[in-house]
Design a protein around this ligand. Sequence first.
Ligand SMILES: *Cc1c(COP(=O)(O)O)cnc(C)c1O
Length: 375
Amino acid sequence: MNVPLLNLRRQYDRLKPDIRRVLDRVMEHQKWILGPEVKELERRVAERIGVSDAVGVASGTDALLLSLRALARIRKGGDFFTAADEIITTPFTFVATGEVILHAGATPVFADVDPGTYNLDPSAVRKAVTKKTVGVIAVHLYGQACDMDPIVELCREKDLFIVEDAAQAFGASYRGNPLGSFGHAGAFSFFPSKNLGGFGDGGMITTNDPVLAGEMHILRKHGGRDKYLAERLGYNSRLDTIQAAFLLAKLDYVDEWNELRKTVARRYGTEIRHPDVIHPEVISDAEHVYHQYTIRVAGGKRDLLKEHLNELGIASAVYYPVLLNRLSLFDGRSREASGLKAAEQVSAEVLSLPMDPLMTNEEIKTVVEGVNRFS
Ligand SMILES: *Cc1c(COP(=O)(O)O)cnc(C)c1O
């Protein structure tokens, strides 16, 4: 039996009647740009995350970028940060997290991670702070919260902003509060494979600061409150009405599907027993929603396990094989705060197993037995 990483077709089959209904509705009203579904989704996401404002944008990347651009305006009074402004983040993330720091004019500073949770190590973040630091992007990788308490405390103490990269963590929480409600802004992605995925690109920013939200509204439509009166250097970065409509339909299922992801994760956690496999650590009081179930494979055997699974028809993936500080695009434009030993280690050892809320028993069993049989 072949087991894919995820099965979007099966998800669509489950949601088909809901999807067809909202599609019909949008086709009938024809309000393609910032139509009623966008406002409705913004309202419902703000409510679900527990914030005052949510702003729909064209992608998760733009959710991060517009957050930084709005913060540059509010905190520095300009369109952009400058290269003298440092923003601390993890090197073990999708390239978008680092890319947006450069697009916003600032300098990325990479700090090490905790090898158990794969997320930023708060003590490494503290050590990375200099007089130039303006903020932190905390990435909630694979659906698990960063250890936010020490990060929030540090940022209060030093007057730094926090942007949460919650692209992989819709519905996850930390000490009872939803991710995306801790920072000055939270960025979500609706890329099709994400926990709350659309049928194309899309993103959303959450914030408790109406002034920041106001800037984001302006930035996403060419820098103007009114169509032809641009005040800022803006973008065309709106969430499409059609995507918002699809996402409204899927939003009704996301919590239930996150629970199903957790069930798959529990089975992997208890049934995969292999001396070379290290299971992911879940921090206390955090609710992991398992965008990915990512193990570490000790003894330099990660690629061998991947090959072994591949021969059995079981898909697996390495997120992410190259740390951002090793990408040439960051050469001479970023700084490594300290040794990135743990990040180097995890990027060499991680392997993400198939994870889909609608995985069948047989699929789960096939993965478990496939890993356990590895020698
Ligand atoms: C997917 C992702 C992004 C970017 O989201 P897009 O919607 O693809 O632009 C940013 N950060 C992380 C951690 C992601 O996984």
